[in-house]
Design a protein around this ligand. Structure first.
Ligand SMILES: C[S@@+](CC[C@H](N)C(=O)[O-])C[C@H]1O[C@@H](n2cnc3c(N)ncnc32)[C@H](O)[C@@H]1O
Length: 225
């Protein structure tokens, strides 16, 4: 299963209504997703207005979709409080800036507006090469190409070390899909935020199974089944 399939599986299975995507790019996932209410957040969408109309014809749930051309921090400050005052977010896909502080903020902010039975999905949690794990600055300066995961993985380690009331695992598919739900953690890690910030690719490479709580796809079906 790729990220799109996992998102749609959860929407269908849990009868989720409200879908929020942070970091949308060309809408590859967003336009395909079928949900009653859809919210797209990106400071630089990579599609033109005509694409939105085309996508309404392809998938009628795009008719009511709302677009916020801004960073996720601005969205959570300016829009989320009123948007999600009465009805919370059911499913949030976080795929914006792939650096620890940004992703950590996105998760903390999303948790604030997440329904008690909701789910957060983090993309890019399982970097397989040192190149894919570099900072955005290094990625740009070195002219690297291909999939950039950044250090999203540190957020998984952080959540599993700090939060006692959420369960976190990572599906071993599509660059690593972090799955976050409320509930008792399966097992905790014991790192401080300072330690996590100091970790490098070598550390995650040596410990990815344990630190990411890596699971096969079949685990997802049982977990939500
Ligand atoms: C990897 S792309 C998203 C891909 C898309 N979710 C998909 O699955 O096809 C990352 C996107 O995050 C956006 N982005 C960068 N910084 C952001 C921020 N602070 N808040 C929200 N989105 C951000 C970029 O403009 C870019 O379009």
């Amino acid at each position: 299963m790729d990220r799109s399939e996992v998102i749609q599986y959860l929407i269908n299975k849990k009868k989720y209504k409200r879908y929020l995507e942070i970091g949308v790019f060309n809408g590859e996932v967003f336009f395909k997703t079928k949900a009653h209410y859809k919210y797209a957040v990106d400071p630089a969408f990579r599609f033109v207005r005509e694409t939105k109309y085309k996508m309404m014809l392809k998938n009628s749930s795009n008719i009511n979709a709302k677009y916020y051309t801004k960073t996720s921090d601005d969205f959570f400050r300016d829009n989320a409080p009123s948007l999600f005052l009465k009805s919370k977010i059911d499913i949030c896909f976080i795929d914006g800036m792939h650096e620890f502080d940004y992703v950590k903020n996105d998760v903390i902010n999303s948790l604030q507006y997440l329904d008690k039975d909701g789910v957060i999905i983090l993309h890019d949690c399982n970097p397989l090469t040192a190149e894919a794990e570099v900072s955005y600055k290094a990625w740009e300066e070195r002219g690297l190409t291909g999939e950039w995961n950044g250090d999203v993985w540190k957020v998984i380690v952080y959540l599993r070390s700090v939060y006692k009331d959420i369960n976190v695992f990572t599906l071993d598919t599509d660059q690593g899909l972090g799955i976050i739900t409320r509930g008792t953690p399966e097992a905790l890690l014991d790192f401080t935020e300072e330690q996590i910030r100091q970790f490098t690719f070598k550390d995650i490479d040596a410990n990815r199974n344990e630190w990411l709580n890596l699971k096969r796809e079949s685990y997802l079906l049982n977990y939500f089944g």
